[in-house]
Design a protein around this ligand. Structure first.
Ligand SMILES: [Zn+2]
Length: 327
């Protein structure tokens, strides 16, 4: 992840204040029985992170990448999803035509009412921010930046299998998100660019999407990211409002974060699905110290932080199904 702008303008603040009041109260009454939101398991997610890290580094073209792909496909199928692999070729960091794979898992594929959840599953080829110059060219394990968000989606799939929900959920695990170069915006997010630009016109479009990225690192907080806000301000506000109602206001902070060109940008632009990014930054707005270094291993994760974020996303899923979460 890349391109974070910390300059917050007065106009942005004005937009925040201006949008907040009336729209968030448009929760129209819906008399369906409220569903019970199941409690997600942090232990389950940490085990799934360990499983991915055990495959080794997982950049496109690596052995660990194929093992992780097969494991994600098998896991999603075991939780009852219909799974499709979308293949594409990726050029990155001097490599050409590397085989890459988006993994698309559809839960309740026949449901007309759908939402989407997104994450990237590749780990980065290099560690350009590592303090050890001799290790900058070595691939990272990507516990936070990759495995954690994959585990989040799979845990939600596992919960849905155990606690069925009257809603379709499309989970897309994007490949080749994290192989970009700082100065070239379009060198990032290759999987989401491909998926979004090839989104079938006749598909039953999810009414909204949530991308999770860099979630669960120690000390992380989640602010309202500007691209998310520009495309789907009401969704941002309602997710944060729900998080606060769940007692998680110290994590889902009421602070703007500058635009981050992440997978959600392409999903919004080309697939036309209003999608927000729940992405961690330090309170300063910077990415954590682990980011794109060899410290991005299992120790960078905080099980409670990860669990809190995934619990909120899970609540969005279940509360959308009973009509109590609106977008
Ligand atoms: Zn990254």
């Amino acid at each position: 992840m890349r391109h974070i702008y910390l300059v917050l303008t007065i106009s942005l603040m004005t937009v925040f204040i201006g949008c907040r009041n009336d729209k968030t109260k448009q929760m129209s009454p819906n008399n369906t029985t409220p569903v019970k939101v199941p409690a997600v398991s942090g232990d389950s997610m940490m085990a799934m992170v360990s499983r991915q890290l055990a495959f080794g580094v997982r950049y496109p073209g690596s052995e660990g990448h194929l093992k992780a792909r097969d494991w994600i496909v098998a896991a999603a199928k075991s939780y009852g999803a219909e799974v499709e692999i979308q293949e594409f070729k990726a050029d990155f960091l001097g490599k050409k035509g590397v085989q890459a794979y988006n993994i698309i898992a559809r839960i309740n594929p026949d449901q007309k009412e759908r939402i989407a959840l997104f994450a990237h599953w590749d780990s980065r080829l290099i560690a350009e921010k590592d303090s050890d110059a001799t290790k900058k060219n070595q691939p990272i394990l990507g516990a936070v930046d990759g495995a954690g968000s994959v585990s989040a989606l799979l845990e939600i799939a596992r919960q849905i299998q155990q606690n069925p929900v009257n809603l379709g959920v499309d989970m897309v695990f994007f490949d080749a998100e994290d192989q970009g170069e700082e100065a070239k915006i379009e060198s990032w997010c290759l999987g989401s660019q491909y998926w979004s630009k090839n989104y079938p016109k006749d598909a039953t479009k999810p009414k909204f999407g949530i991308l999770v990225d860099l979630i669960g690192a120690k000390g992380s907080v989640y602010g309202k990211e500007e691209i998310s806000y520009n495309f789907a301000s009401l969704l941002v506000e309602n997710v944060w409002k729900l998080a606060h109602a769940m007692g998680k206001s110290s994590l889902f902070v009421n602070l703007p974060v500058g635009p981050i060109t992440d997978d959600h940008y392409y999903v919004n632009m080309y697939a036309g699905i209003p999608t927000i990014d729940i992405i961690a930054t330090k309170p300063s707005g910077q990415f954590g110290d682990y980011h794109h270094t060899h410290s991005d291993n299992i120790d960078a994760l905080d099980k409670d932080n990860l669990t809190s974020v995934v619990q909120v996303v899970t609540a969005v899923v279940y509360k959308t199904s009973d009509g109590s979460f609106k977008f």
